[in-house]
Design a protein around this ligand. Sequence first.
Ligand code: SF4
Length: 717
Amino acid sequence: MRQDDNTNGIERWVKSYCPYCGVGCGLVAGLKNGAVARIKGDPDHPSSLGDLCAKAVYLPETLRTPDRLLYPQMRRCQDGAFTRVSWETALMAVAGKFRDIIAAHGPDAVAFYGSGQLTTEEYYVANKLAKGFLGTNNFDTNSRLCMASAVAGYKTSLGADGPPASYADIDVADCFLLLGTNTADCHPVIFKRIKRRKLEQPDEVTIIAVDPRRTETADFADLHLPIRPGTDIALLNGMLHVLAKESLMDPNFVVKHTNGFAETMSVVEKYPPHVAEKICGVPECLIVEAAMIFGKADRAMSLWSMGINQSTVGVHKNNAIHNLHLATGKIGKPGCGPLSLTGQPNAMGGREVGGLSHMLPGYREVQNPIHREEVARLWGVPSENISSQPGYSALDLFEAVAERKVKAVWILCTNPLVSAPDIDFIEKALRQAELVVVQDAYHPTGTTQLAHVLLPAAQWSEKEGVMTNSERRITYMPRLAEPPGEALPDWKIMTLFAREMGFEKFFRYETAAEIFAEFVRTTEGTLCDYSGASYERLKNGGPLQWPCPAPDHPGTERLYDDLHFPAPEGRANLIPVEHQEPFERPDEQYPLVLTTGRVKNQWHTMTRTGKAESLKKSCPDPFLEMNPADARRFAIRDADFVEVISRRGKAVVQVRVTAEIKAGSCFMPFHWGRQFGFYKAANNLTIAARDPVSRQPELKACAVAVKRVIDFPLEDN
Ligand code: SF4
């Protein structure tokens, strides 16, 4: 969506960055009377080239709403009334409780749960405080629900996290393999770029969409592979089988630049297309066709999102995608390579600062003694301060709270009472905590309702900082307006708390720029080297792609174009992976597979986009998509209200009977939490089963039953 340059009443236009999805579009904010009044696309931003989607356009409506959290508040118990308190009182009380808990139970009895919506500076300060000073690695974030499988997939296949390809590769690719991504709805500006490429050369460019739903993305694709949820490995192994049989691999690349080829192919041998069809439900001929298109393309890209990552075999699904690129040598070249699409605006920045419970800044790991030593030196603490044990990952963290191993949890800038699977369990867990601190821009949300202490956070446009998008591009966001009430930037809150805990000497930051400069030093010599980036350069020269190791370095469009991977001998790994069914399979009692996802004009848990009337109108309520064959089987008609029931809970929604969803599966969007209506929440139903390596939950597949609500009152009218 391009906006007209209507300057009517706008006093100043300032460049910034969209705080929603991981596409990371550049925007220009129009200021009027000290507030953001208009948004338009930034034609100079290389990631979005002037484009935006509707979510960004309606940002101004979401900023000054009646439910902004304006003051710190506290209460004794989770069902009591909040009392307004000063910042000093709130932080003293929380610090006192943290000190008592750590003294009595050790540092791992406290935890932080953050968000891919934090700026890099905010992530950095919170992570540094937990891991370097409080002595716990219990700092994890909602990126665990989003990208943890991609992180582990890159690490195991290529040697390090970090998407190799760029959006510029889209402009020259001739094959797009889109897996588990409804790009048109969830990453619309990327989709527009893919579409533009297709329309430029319709006969040369082919789009393959793998999805159980015939989404707008699948509809535009040349080839739609309607896969059974959770069976991507069988499909990808089947495609690799065809590539081998048709001699469409690159033996020279394989020999020179990879390990593991023979072991991988011995597993792939078990997946000829007719066998893959039986597992994944995609007709054999389509598997062959997709493989032939991918194999014959000079330049092929794979793009994927939650449909791949949110799985009990999410890491292996990522490995299977990388296998295709490594076996064909389609990586490290223009128009080639794997490119995961992140859900959140700064999930990438979080990875770079080490914002997962097993990581440290600069893609370092807590279990590596050299990495601990390096980071401790940079932080000015003994390396023993940093625990060698990974902390609790997101859902493990809530389980530890439920078991009272973690007694105090601090939630920053996220709303797990909507976004996490099985929210009934999350609520029960948080009710076991001695202290729940929630730092947010809004109240009430599902999660703030369970807080003992509420801390008001400044949000986008009210603070400065940087974020990194899905193509490793770092963009600076200026402060454009004053935060309302007593709200403070998240970095400032964490800094004040660190000082209250006695670490003033190490947390002297007065500006976000100082934090950024310190973080930059931690990346020197690492894959995600920011050494050439500074606030000054980002402000004056625009966004940059890491690695950018020197002030005169232009940034790096594509990783591994020297075909040297950050792994032993510089070789990437082909990894043998086997199909495995989703954790919860349909049965007589729960005969359908529920898959969850997003709708075009809402983002995440709707704390912001849910406030823009124009966005709400396009989809005011959640719904259930169901195939006509399943609808007949369960005597359900289009527009009926139904109960969707899983082993964990229930939702009540209206049905859309449509052939766009594969028979045996159904779909429900997850944005709505219980505060919109208890039974509107898709995550009443989902399951916390998770990948054993990435610990990412299987939000894309659980077993449900669907029953028509017989006595719904509207029918009596
Ligand atoms: S929501 Fe995503 S696609 Fe839309 S403007 Fe923001 S970053 Fe771009």
